[in-house]
Design a protein around this ligand. Structure first.
Ligand SMILES: NC(=O)c1ccc[n+]([C@@H]2O[C@H](COP(=O)([O-])OP(=O)(O)OC[C@H]3O[C@@H](n4cnc5c(N)ncnc54)[C@H](OP(=O)(O)O)[C@@H]3O)[C@@H](O)[C@H]2O)c1
Length: 276
């Protein structure tokens, strides 16, 4: 049987890194989709796409910065068409749970002409250690809107396990999985948990969306990024997206990783105590 080659887009990022590691450990042949690999892959430079897809049978697609941004659907249309033309037979798309615009991109993947699995994820635990909530944690002061929102944070370990399963087992063909953690947390509870495991004083202050946007502007965050953050807080952190799902259990036959376990493990890496 011909050996399958798997392209992992965002192969150095939060989920792609773990997907690539797991696949490699299982003996699969992996190509990392990254701007710093050869061949390189850049969503903003379509000329890089064909070489990255050359000889590839399956793709894990993580889009940058988010499937909800203007232009994402067109990029996904062009990328998936090229992928199928190039011989790709299976695509697994990482999508955002509760993002209407992302669902339009999902449709594109579903209709591209290859086998597919959609993995819709809730907000990641790792946003507090590898992404935009790390700086406030380090500063000891987390000021965010939607203090009341109940968020079923998911761990990227679980996402990676589901993605690998979806790539390697045909029974996941044509499935849409909605992945959440096993319980809902508020930002205040998250801050409290990280405070406990690090022994640091980390305060949570609820603010309005307007105050948050003003603060991001003062930190010179680019306008399109502020637009995305506003979208995620206002469209995604709504009641219907707080529901805990059972899809981790369904796919992996085990419970989702709990936030406390993530917090304990991450504290041990020292990332939340940079001064030590
Ligand atoms: N964070 C959440 O809570 C959450 C929740 C649900 C869904 N999602 C979705 O997850 C996706 C991101 O996946 P992720 O978190 O695993 O990845 P990530 O950690 O955000 O980033 C992955 C990699 O993307 C690469 N990258 C940045 N700009 C790029 C570009 N123009 N072209 C190609 N690569 C680029 C960077 O790698 P190089 O420098 O190596 O190129 C980076 O390491 C987004 O679509 C987001 O909507 C996120």
């Amino acid at each position: 049987m011909k050996e399958k080659k798997i392209l992992v887009l965002g192969g150095k990022g939060k989920t792609g890194r773990k997907v690539a590691e797991r696949l490699t450990n299982l003996g699969e042949t992996v190509r990392l989709g990254s701007r710093s690999e050869t061949p390189s892959f850049d969503w903003d430079n379509r000329e890089t796409w064909a070489a990255a897809l050359d000889g590839i049978d399956m793709v894990y697609i993580t889009f940058q910065p988010d499937l909800a941004v203007p232009g994402a659907r067109k990029a996904i249309e062009e990328f998936t068409a090229l992928a199928v033309k190039s011989g790709v037979q299976k695509m697994v798309l990482l999508s955002g749970k509760g993002e209407k615009e992302a669902e339009l991109c999902e449709q594109v993947v579903m209709n591209a002409g290859a086998d597919w699995t959609i993995v819709r994820a809730s907000w990641f635990n790792q946003n507090f250690s590898e992404s935009f909530f790390l700086d406030p944690i380090l500063a000891g002061h987390v000021a965010l809107p939607k203090g009341e929102a109940l968020i079923p944070f998911i761990d990227t370990d679980d996402i990676a396990d589901v993605v690998v399963e979806s790539l390697l087992d045909d029974k996941h063909k044509g499935q849409i999985y909605e992945l959440t953690g096993g319980r809902q947390l508020t930002f205040k509870q998250v801050t409290g948990e990280i405070s406990n495991v690090t022994g640091r004083d980390i305060v949570f202050t609820p603010i309005t969306m307007e105050e948050y946007k003003k603060m991001l502007k003062e930190y010179q965050v680019p306008e399109d990024y502020i637009w995305l953050i506003n979208y995620l807080f206002t469209e995604v952190l709504v009641e219907k997206n707080s529901i805990v799902t059972n899809d981790i259990q369904k796919v992996l036959g085990r419970k989702a990783k709990d936030f406390s376990e993530y917090a304990r493990e991450t504290a041990l890496t020292g990332i939340w105590n940079p001064e030590k």
